[in-house]
Design a protein around this ligand. Structure first.
Ligand code: COA
Length: 146
């Protein structure tokens, strides 16, 4: 594939939501599109920290995303994904580094993310980006339904 220029920018809900959802739905593994990805939930997220929801775009299309979160103590990273035929060109690294920079600028000291155990490609990618497996931690979760 010829060299393409990619820029990372903040999402614009009105212009980008459908395209972002399409991208996520086309990711073959490592992405769980769920309740938090509905239009209402994405709008809710964007009211809180719109500057941490980033997309990578070429001239014509959105080819990557990352979502950051900061609660005043810890950072979280969600939905780092790059369209398959644009991988291996540094776009994932560009997205991750930009959201890390923004989290740090907000005062974030430590950041967490979840990777499925069988997602070897992503695990290697994060290790190469300076992340480590926090093997001492066990992840607990609770979902809320109204
Ligand atoms: C994990 C993921 C986001 C990485 O995205 P990516 O754009 O391929 O990542 P990068 O191109 O930045 O890095 C991938 C590799 O390509 C290499 N690379 C970067 N630029 C390159 C270039 N111009 N030419 C060739 N290789 C290059 C990098 O060195 C990197 O290798 P490394 O991981 O051994 O360091 C992508 O594989 C993906 O979307 N996976 C599916 C969704 C997923 O699992 N997300 C993680 C959820 S936790």
């Amino acid at each position: 594939m010829p060299h393409v220029q990619v820029r990372v920018r903040e999402i614009s809900f009105e212009e980008d939501y459908e395209r972002v959802l399409n991208l996520w739905q086309g990711i073959e593994k490592g992405m769980n599109v769920g309740r938090s990805d509905s239009p209402e939930e994405v709008r809710k997220k964007l009211q809180r920290d719109p500057d941490l929801f980033l997309v990578a775009e070429t001239k014509n299309e959105i080819v990557g995303t990352v979502i950051g979160g900061f609660d005043g103590r810890r950072g979280m990273i969600y939905h780092l994904a790059v369209q398959k035929n644009f991988r291996g060109r540094g776009i994932g690294a560009m997205l991750l580094q930009e959201v890390e920079k923004r989290l740090q600028a907000k005062g974030c000291l430590k950041c967490l993310l979840l990777v499925l155990e069988d997602n070897g490609e992503a695990i290697q990618f994060y290790k190469n980006q300076g992340w480590r497996h926090a093997s001492e931690d066990v992840v607990f979760m609770k979902e809320f339904f109204s």
